[in-house]
Design a protein around this ligand. Sequence first.
Ligand code: ZN
Length: 242
Amino acid sequence: MTFRLLALAGLAACFASCSGPATGPGNSLSPDEWGHRPGPKGFGTVIIDAGHGGKDPGAVSHGVREKDLALDTAKRLQRYLSGKVRTVLMRSGDEFIDLDVRASRASGKSGAILVSLHYNSSGAGIRGPETYYWRVDSHGLATRIQRGMVAVSPSESGNRGMVRRRLRLTRNPDVPCVLAEIGYLSNASEARLCADPVYREKMAAALAKAILDQQANGDAGTGALPKPIYAPPSRPTDPAGS
Ligand SMILES: [Zn+2]
């Protein structure tokens, strides 16, 4: 409890000091606690986070495991980005890494962005890609990633769009960060698609194009920025979806 109060006091202090010019648009390649700024352009590093791993399989449905598909897609994405931007894989094998550890590993890195890759699970009738973000400086990249995935996804899957949600991997890193849910493994036909390496290769190519478009153009053409929201870091004890 004491730690929590101290953390909140720290956030209150940051609320005061982080709203100054140091977080202005000219610094969008520097780490920033809140990300209340336009999205980055010209970043040098892409941290690719394959969701889940080790003891945490993520979604398991229709004979496939999220952790396997996420890692495979992360490696495909890395190959597409290779030679164009520095890449770092959060995990390169079947390894469990706590979400808080992932967030802290991605933080403090100038000129870096974080892209977390997942496959989703819900009711059998729900399908289609969706993209989660929280920070203002992640909106443009999220827009590009969602557009890219929808262009690959068959039209009957639909477009579940972008979701602004405070998650440990969308709120807590101090660099622009986006979480892509590539498809629903709980939907039989989408699970079949996602299990197909050819489909994952197309998705990886689309994700790479979205990232490189953001690197070249910043937020241009991605619409109005969302309003800043002041909220504390996401904690494992927070209610789901908060
Ligand atoms: Zn997941």
